[in-house]
Design a protein around this ligand. Structure first.
Ligand SMILES: Cc1cc2nc3c(=O)[nH]c(=O)nc-3n(C[C@H](O)[C@H](O)[C@H](O)COP(=O)(O)O)c2cc1C
Length: 156
């Protein structure tokens, strides 16, 4: 099984999880880069607005998911919606027939609803696992058993 871990991360949380998953699966890893500047207070507000209105953006990434069997995709949530760089990625790449898994680190438990939306955005893929975690747990607690359970599902 060939695995690709793809992630977007503005402040590093989802990057840390992506790196951990990629290391445990010996998978390739790729970062989705949003060409729109998302740093700073004003851009924070714009990011929320863009996300809420379902906007797309311009992104960069290096690896072609077509070259892999399983694509594990992670990102935060902005304004209770899939973030523009993730929305754009899912529109640009062809995941038809691929095994997919999603992970989300967000401030609240909003990831629970987000997984439903992400599954709807990838109707031609086989969803194999989801892993969601609240930021405070990510920062303060040991979540390795839950991450391991996610990885086991991906491996099956
Ligand atoms: C513009 C903006 C809007 C956000 N809106 C939400 C939200 O609606 N729900 C939530 O749980 N977290 C929200 N967050 C928090 C992020 O999802 C959270 O901080 C996440 O861990 C950041 O991941 P990262 O470090 O990989 O960028 C928002 C963050 C930003 C920047």
């Amino acid at each position: 099984m060939t695995c690709l871990v793809v992630y977007y991360s503005r402040t590093g949380n989802n990057r840390t999880i992506a790196e951990s998953i990629a290391s445990k699966l010996s998978a390739d890893i790729d970062e989705i880069v949003d060409k729109k500047n998302r740093k700073g207070r004003l851009n924070w507000l714009r990011a929320g607005k863009d996300s809420r209105s379902g906007k797309l953006t311009e992104i960069d990434y290096q690896k072609n998911p077509q070259d892999y069997d399983t694509i594990i995709i992670g990102a935060p949530i902005w304004a209770f919606n899939p973030i523009p760089p993730l929305r754009t990625y899912l529109q640009e790449v062809d995941l038809k027939g691929k095994r997919v898994a999603f992970f989300i680190c967000s401030q609240t438990e909003a990831y629970k609803d987000m997984f439903t939306q992400l599954a709807e955005m990838t109707p031609d893929s086989e969803l194999v696992a989801n892993f969601g975690i609240q930021e405070k747990r990510f920062k303060n607690e040991d979540y390795s058993a839950d991450l391991e359970a996610f990885i086991e599902k991906v491996k099956q």
